[in-house]
Each structure stands twice: as structure tokens, then as C-alpha cells.
Design a protein around this ligand. Structure first.
Ligand code: PHB
Length: 403
């Protein structure tokens, strides 16, 4: 075993881990980031791509956002398409803020480049990362490096940013932990389509056949989803059947139709809501998907991970630089407040736009009334817009940017 020491050990080189290590580096706090994936695997996992304005401002302020303005697209509105009629929600008009369409793997590519330029100690391609010890003053993580050498890494604080299958989460003893879990009774059938965009803004469609979402990845690759059964099998669906189903869910008297093209990939995405409480045990802190999952409607996952680590970086700076522990003591409660608010936003948007299979007619009529309210009340639209663009980040160093 090679014995090593750092101030903060970060397990997981996804958005939470890489943004945390970046914020810590800006405060002069050394961190070691470990991940079992290689750089190619991290950059190659294609995920949702909506960045809240606060996320963009933070990346900008740190010098990791330059490409968003070039390759990303600012979206000032979204379309809610209900039974074949599109109602635009003017995000910028309601809130003065926007979102950016910029895929997660591009964010990760930019963050990895930032860390390369700033000489962060990244250990990618490691195996068997385990929390060996947790104490009042620190923790110990063990893993085997990509070079095959076993390492025992002692740290003053350990950040579990290792995703929904988190290993670090296990360091919070069962008797102290509550796992809040809710499986939703539907899933998304997702496809990447080799085609130009069908609409200038994202379209969230609610029809009698169920929900559909028309999103985009690049000028030539589109991302689309339609609500399906969680047990749906992708092999039962030909390209033609997929395209017919998507077309049927957006069809309307205005003649709107999707631009078709070959289906490049297909997958079924389950929908669940999950929160682990508390997000801290001693000097172990959870952030991002390690602590929570939201259903994908509204694309909050990455943005919520960034909000967690903004708080965590501030708390760890107070602890490790100023030797004050109030902020780390408050971290779990402070983070949980935004987590639950975001859970509510994602859960509500999801259950409003998706008819529930086998729902009681009373509940289904209520749901439709909620959809109608959303597209006829300016106040309801404003509330949706506020949550969609994201609530302000806690005191992030992001003032003065002018997106
Ligand atoms: C996506 O592009 O994958 C996406 C966009 C918006 C959502 C969810 C997913 O609400």
C-alpha cells in the first residue's frame, strides 16, 4: 500500500466531483479526484444537456465556460404542446434568465481540460475505491491506481460525488440514514436521431397517447423521448414504429411534424425520485447523484449537482482555511432544502405532463386541468419558468457575468 495524504479526497469525476475540485483549487485547497472510469469513458457518456443560467455563470466565472457561448445554444423559451397546440413559455420574459442547451459530456470535456491546465491530481481508471475509515477529523479511501499500485489516501474531508450507485454513501451508517425513494409508473423511450432540428426550442408534449420531449444535441443529431412502460423493450421497436409514435404525440391542426432520420441509438430510461438524508456523516459529504436522483423532466440533475458543490466548497473552505465548522455542520440541512425543492419541481412537472397508466378517471381529469392551467395562466407559466431557469445559487462567485 502506498500511503498518501491530501486535504480533500473526491470520489467521482462527474459534474459534481470536477466542479467541486475546481472550486476548491480556486481557494488554494488541494484535492485528489479518483474515478474508476477513464477519461474517454467520462467524455463519451452522452447525457442530457440543459444548463441553468446559474450553472453557466459559475462555469464562466471559473474560466470553464468559454465553449458554451460558441457551441451551446441559449434558449429563451420552451414549448408546451398540449393536444396538438404549442404554447410558448417565455423563460426570459418571465424571469430575465435563460437556459443553455449544451450536452453534459461537453461540460465534462471542458472541466477535464480545466483540471489539466491547473494540474489537478486526477486519478482516472482506478479500481476498488472503498472508504476504509471515517473519523471526526478525516477519512481514508483505498483504491488501486491505473498503474496497479494499491493506494491508501488519507484526507481531512471526503466528498462522495460517485453517482447514483455511490460507494461512499455506504459510509453513512444505515441506522443514521434515511433513503427516500419513489419509483414512477412510467419510463422514457429515448432515441438519438440523425436529422436536423424539428423546432427552434424544446417541445414538451402532452397528448392522449402520453408525453413526448423533442430536444437536440447538435445541428445534425436530435434527442427525442416518449413516455413508455418501464418494462418496454427497445428491440420491439423498429425505426418506423418509433417515428410514428413520436409523430402521433406531437401531431396537431397546425401541421407540425418532426423531421425524420435514421435512429442512431435507443434506450429506456426509468424514472425515479431519490433522496439520501443526511448528506453528511462526520467528515464524509455527499453531493450530486450520490445523494439524490430526480426524474429527467426539466433536466435538473447536473444543475442540482452543481448547486450542491457550490455549498460544499464554501463549507469546506470555511473548515479547512478558516478553521470554522459552522458551515459544514449546516451543509446537510442547507443542501437538502434545494434538493427537496428541486424534487418537487421535477416530480410535479413529470406527473403533470405524463398520464398515469390505469389512473382513476378523477385523478386523470385533475391532471388535465393542471395542464390546462399551465398553458392558460401567466402566473402558472411564470412559476414554471422560475423553476426551469433555476433558483439563484448560494453566493457563488458568479456576479458580474453578462450572459
Ligand atoms: C435532453 O436533451 O436530454 C433533455 C432536455 C430537457 C429535459 C430532459 C432531457 O427536460
Amino acid at each position: 500500500m502506498r500511503q498518501e495524504r491530501t486535504r480533500v479526497a473526491v470520489v467521482g469525476a462527474g459534474p459534481a466531483g470536477l466542479v467541486l475540485a475546481m472550486l476548491l483549487a480556486r481557494e488554494g485547497i488541494d484535492a485528489v479526484v479518483v474515478d474508476h472510469r477513464t477519461r474517454e469513458e467520462i467524455e463519451g457518456t452522452v447525457r442530457a444537456g440543459i444548463l441553468e443560467q446559474g450553472t453557466v455563470e459559475l462555469l464562466d466565472a471559473c474560466g470553464a465556460g468559454a465553449r458554451i457561448g460558441v457551441d451551446g445554444a441559449r434558449h429563451d423559451g420552451i414549448g408546451l404542446r398540449v393536444d396538438g397546440t404549442t404554447h410558448r413559455v417565455d423563460l426570459r420574459g418571465h424571469t430575465g434568465r435563460s437556459v443553455w442547451l449544451y450536452p453534459q459530456h461537453e461540460v465534462l470535456t471542458d472541466l477535464l481540460a480545466w483540471h489539466r491546465d491547473h494540474h489537478t491530481d486526477l486519478r482516472l481508471g482506478v479500481s476498488g475505491a472503498t472508504v476504509a475509515e471515517t473519523g471526526a477529523d478525516g477519512a481514508v479511501v483505498t483504491f488501486t491506481g491505473a498503474d496497479g499500485v494499491p493506494v491508501e489516501l488519507a484526507c481531512e474531508a471526503l466528498a462522495g460525488c460517485d453517482g447514483s450507485r455511490s460507494v461512499v454513501r455506504g459510509a453513512i451508517p444505515d441506522r443514521m440514514r434515511t433513503d427516500h425513494f419513489r419509483a414512477l409508473p412510467f419510463a422514457w423511450f429515448g432515441v438519438l436521431l440523425d436529422a436536423p432540428p424539428s423546432a427552434k426550442e424544446l417541445v414538451y408534449a402532452s397528448s392522449e397517447r402520453g408525453f413526448a420531449l423533442i430536444s437536440s444535441r447538435t445541428p445534425t443529431v436530435q434527442r427525442m423521448y416518449f413516455q413508455c412502460d418501464p418494462a418496454e423493450s427497445t428491440s420491439d421497436w423498429s425505426d418506423a414504429r418509433i417515428l410514428d409514435e413520436l409523430q402521433a404525440r406531437v401531431a396537431g391542426a397546425d401541421g407540425f411534424a418532426l423531421v425524420e432520420g435514421p435512429v442512431l441509438t435507443r434506450d429506456v430510461i426509468p424514472m425515479r425520485s431519490y433522496v439520501c438524508e443526511p448528506m453528511r456523516h462526520r467528515r464524509v459529504f455527499l453531493a450530486g447523484d450520490a445523494a439524490h436522483t430526480v426524474p429527467p423532466t426539466g433536466a435538473k440533475g447536473l444543475n442540482l449537482a452543481v448547486a450542491d458543490v457550490v455549498l460544499l466548497a464554501g463549507a469546506l473552505t470555511d473548515l479547512l482555511v478558516h478553521r470554522r465548522d459552522e458551515a459544514v455542520d449546516r451543509y446537510a440541512a442547507d443542501a437538502a432544502r434545494r434538493v427537496w425543492r428541486t424534487q418537487q419541481f421535477s416530480y410535479h412537472l413529470t406527473t403533470t405532463l405524463h398520464p398515469e397508466p390505469g389512473a382513476d378517471p378523477f385523478d386523470e381529469r385533475r391532471r388535465r386541468a393542471a395542464v390546462e392551467h399551465l398553458v392558460t395562466s401567466q402566473r402558472a407559466a411564470a412559476e414554471l419558468a422560475e423553476g426551469y431557469v433555476g433558483w439563484p445559487l448560494p453566493g457563488a462567485g458568479c456576479s458580474g457575468t453578462t450572459r
